[in-house]
Design a binder for this molecule. Structure first.
Ligand code: SF4
Length: 396
C-alpha cells in the first residue's frame, strides 16, 4: 500500500471519531454522517491551527449543514444534462467525465455531495457507456475527468482510462480535476507523473482555497506535475469564513504562482443544499476582484464567475470599470479610481495639439442618488449623472 492510501485509511471519518476529535454531539454527528460523510486525512488535519479556522471550516462537519436545506441537490443541473451515466455534456466541444465517487477529503461545501462519498454513487461498470458516448460524438475535443477525485483511482485504473481516451482521435485535450495536490499531496508520486506524461496534453485543474494550504508538501506536488509537463491551474471558491478577504486572496493567488500554479477561476459558491452558510454577497467578490486587479500581476488574477444555477454555465462577472459609454467614447475608471476616456474608432483621432494625455485622463463629478449633491467619486455604485468635458477631436 502506498503512503497516500494508508493516509486515506487513517482518516477521521466515523461518528465516534467526529465526536471525540471535534467535540460534536453524537446525535448531530450521526445526522451529519447520514447527510454527507466526513473524510479528513491526517495531512489535511495537521493544517488546522485552531477550531473554526479556514482549514477546519472546509473539512469539519458543522450542525449548520443540517439547518440549511434550502439549496439544491444538484445546483448546476449536471444530472439533467447527462446523456449517459457519468457524462455531463453542457458546452459544445467539451464534457465532464465522472470517474469515481471518492475524494481525498470530503469538503463540506461540495456541490456534488449527491455523487460523492459512498462508492455506489458512481460505478466503474458504468464507464463503458461513457466511452461509447465519447467515441460517437466527434465534436468533443476536451474531456475533463472529475468525480469525486480521479486521483483516488489507482495508477493502473487511471492509466486504463487515459489509454482509452487517447484511442479516441477527436479528443485533443484531457483535463484532470483533482484536489489531491492541496488535500493529500503525497498522492503525486514519481510513478504517477511518469505515467501521466505518456498521455499529453494533460492539464491539471486543482483546487486551493486558502494560503495555509500552500505547504512544502503541496509545493513539491505541484512542482512535480509541472515538471511532468502538465499545465497546472487552480479553481477556488469564494467562501464566508474561509477566504472572503482581499488580502487572503492576494496571498493565495501570488503564492500559487510561486508554486507554478496559475489561478484560473474564482467561483461564487453554488446554491448547494447544506452549504448556504458558505455563501457571500456578490459585492464581496467584486470588491475582492477590484482590490486585486492592477494591484498585483495579471497572472495572479483568476476569472471571477458564477456557475449559473440551472445549468447555464460559467458567467464572468467584473467590477464596474466602464462608467459611461456613448457613440464617441468609453469612460472608464482604473484600479486607482482615476477616470480615463477611450475614443471609439468612429469618433476620429486626437487633433494633434499635444494634449492627448489631458484629454484622455479627466476629472468628473457625480451626483449622489440620495441627496443630489455632487462630489468626486470614491466608487461608482450610486451615481446618477456624470459631467464630462467636451471631446477635443478633429474628425477625419
Ligand atoms: S474534492 Fe471536490 S468533489 Fe471531492 S468533496 Fe471536495 S469539492 Fe467535492
Amino acid at each position: 500500500m502506498e503512503l497516500w492510501q494508508q493516509m486515506i485509511r487513517d482518516s477521521v471519518h466515523t461518528v465516534d471519531q467526529l465526536v471525540e476529535k471535534f467535540n460534536l454531539d453524537k446525535k448531530v454527528a450521526e445526522g451529519l454522517d447520514e447527510f454527507f460523510q466526513a473524510r479528513i486525512n491526517p495531512y489535511y488535519l495537521s493544517l488546522i491551527r485552531y477550531p473554526g479556522d479556514p482549514i477546519w471550516t472546509q473539512c469539519v462537519p458543522d450542525v449548520k449543514e443540517l439547518e440549511d436545506m434550502s439549496g439544491y441537490e444538484d445546483p448546476l443541473q449536471e444530472d439533467a444534462m447527462s446523456p449517459v451515466p457519468n457524462i455531463t455534456h453542457r458546452y459544445p466541444d467539451r464534457v465532464l467525465f465522472l470517474t469515481t465517487s471518492q475524494c481525498g477529503m470530503y469538503c463540506r461545501f461540495c456541490t456534488r455531495k449527491r455523487k460523492v462519498g459512498n462508492s455506489d454513487k458512481i460505478s466503474m461498470r458504468q464507464l463503458e457507456s461513457a466511452f461509447k458516448y465519447l467515441e460517437q460524438h466527434t465534436e468533443i475535443r476536451d474531456v475533463i475527468m472529475s468525480g469525486g477525485d480521479p486521483l483516488m483511482l489507482t495508477d493502473t485504473m487511471l492509466e486504463k482510462i487515459l489509454q482509452r481516451l487517447r484511442q479516441i482521435p477527436h479528443i485533443e485535450i484531457i483535463r484532470i480535476g483533482t484536489k489531491m495536490p492541496c488535500v493529500l499531496p503525497h498522492r503525486i508520486t514519481p510513478k504517477l507523473c511518469e505515467m501521466i506524461k505518456k498521455y499529453h496534453p494533460v492539464y491539471i485543474n486543482t483546487h486551493f482555497n486558502h494560503p495555509w494550504e500552500i505547504t512544502p508538501e503541496s509545493t513539491k506536488a505541484c512542482g512535480m506535475l509541472a515538471d511532468a509537463g502538465c499545465p497546472v491551474q487552480n479553481q477556488s471558491v469564494l467562501m464566508k469564513g474561509v477566504n472572503d478577504d482581499a488580502d487572503v486572496m492576494k496571498e493565495l493567488f501570488t503564492k500559487l504562482l510561486k508554486i507554478r500554479v496559475k489561478p484560473y477561476y474564482l467561483y461564487m459558491a453554488d446554491e448547494t443544499k447544506g452549504a448556504n452558510h458558505f455563501r457571500t454577497s456578490l459585492d464581496k467578490g467584486l470588491e475582492i476582484m477590484f482590490k486585486l486587479r492592477g494591484h498585483t500581476s495579471g497572472l495572479a488574477i483568476p476569472h471571477f464567475v458564477i456557475d449559473a444555477p440551472g445549468g447555464g454555465g460559467k458567467i464572468p462577472v467584473l467590477p464596474q470599470y466602464v462608467i459611461h459609454r456613448d457613440e464617441d467614447r468609453i469612460v472608464m475608471r482604473n484600479y486607482k479610481n482615476e477616470v480615463y476616456v477611450y475614443r471609439e474608432a468612429s469618433s476620429g483621432s486626437n487633433n494633434g495639439n499635444g494634449k492627448a494625455a489631458d484629454v484622455n485622463k479627466i476629472n468628473i463629478e457625480i451626483s449622489n442618488k440620495k441627496n443630489g449633491s455632487t462630489k468626486k467619486p470614491k466608487n461608482f455604485k450610486d451615481f446618477t449623472t456624470i459631467k464630462l468635458p467636451e471631446l477635443e477631436t478633429s474628425k477625419n
